[in-house]
Write a protein that binds this ligand. Sequence first.
Ligand SMILES: C[S@@+](CC[C@H](N)C(=O)[O-])C[C@H]1O[C@@H](n2cnc3c(N)ncnc32)[C@H](O)[C@@H]1O
Length: 331
Amino acid sequence: MFDHRSDQGPRLRGENGSQRRVGHVPIHVLEDTAEAAFDGCEATLHALFDRPESERCAEVDAILATAPEWLMQYHLSPQRRMVLSWADIPADATVLEVGAGCGAVTGLLCDRAGHVLANEKFATRGEVIARRYADRDNLTVLVGGLDTIMLTEPVDIVVCIGVWEYTGVFLAGDDEDRFVAPFERFLGLLRGLVRPGGRLLLAIENKLGVQYLAGAEEDHLHHGALAGVEGYPDYAGARTFWREEIRRQMDAAGFGDPTFHLPFPDYKMPELVLHEDALERLDVHAAELGGLIPWHRPRLPLINEALLTRALLDEGVMGSFANSFVVDVPA
Ligand SMILES: C[S@@+](CC[C@H](N)C(=O)[O-])C[C@H]1O[C@@H](n2cnc3c(N)ncnc32)[C@H](O)[C@@H]1O
């Protein structure tokens, strides 16, 4: 198990997988996961983050300036950090980032927290994170599923950005009802990893998001704008929820009352993150907010999303129809 309070950061104790190091960053392999790629960008990112820091920055800038391709922007844009740049993360906090991907948000956490445990199911992605932040001395990479993480004591903050929605793919048991049970189990596992008095910061799409009402294809199915509302007829393990469903599930998992933050246009590439209560005081900003649209989703031209956003704001119901949520939940 990991003693994450040791002076040198997390320490391997007993039987807990193999360990090696990339620069300053230890990688603990908790289970043999497939070398497979999640989205196909991993090899490019490996090569990029193998380059010396001096060349790497110019290369990242060049990619961001010249590659309108969504996935590379998603992995590399500094805008990704905005999803949690507002969050209070104490300098002595230990943070566990579950499903850290290729580390788009991990750098922010390392800048703020005392120690970061970046967990990632795919070994290829864990390797990208370690190479990307090889100079950090407050980062440990844990390769393996969330269910393989064992800590000697729970962490202060668990961060989970864009992961819960894939639980029916990556955490489902063979004989399980994949539509409900794994999602509940996922939250139960998170609850066990955060100390009482700590918090969970979780970002996820809203299946009632204004983008879907306006005709954007569903994020995980890549078709069917309102497939989530229709109960995911082509369900293959990825899904999301609306606000009250999230609230109920957090409660059932033993968390406290969640506070919803609304990232505009969404949590993936936020330009603005608002506390839900701020919407009522938004008169001045309503016009700007209506103009923020997630540009990467193909869509049927059903309705002008900017005008629909304005209408939902004026009606005082935008909190239920935001494209995504960042949920801040006390443990
Ligand atoms: C959409 S990506 C988001 C990555 C990262 N959080 C970000 O915002 O860039 C989802 C990530 O979660 C990982 N993941 C999904 N289920 C997981 C699980 N049960 N345990 C650990 N990682 C998981 C996937 O491998 C993938 O890298």
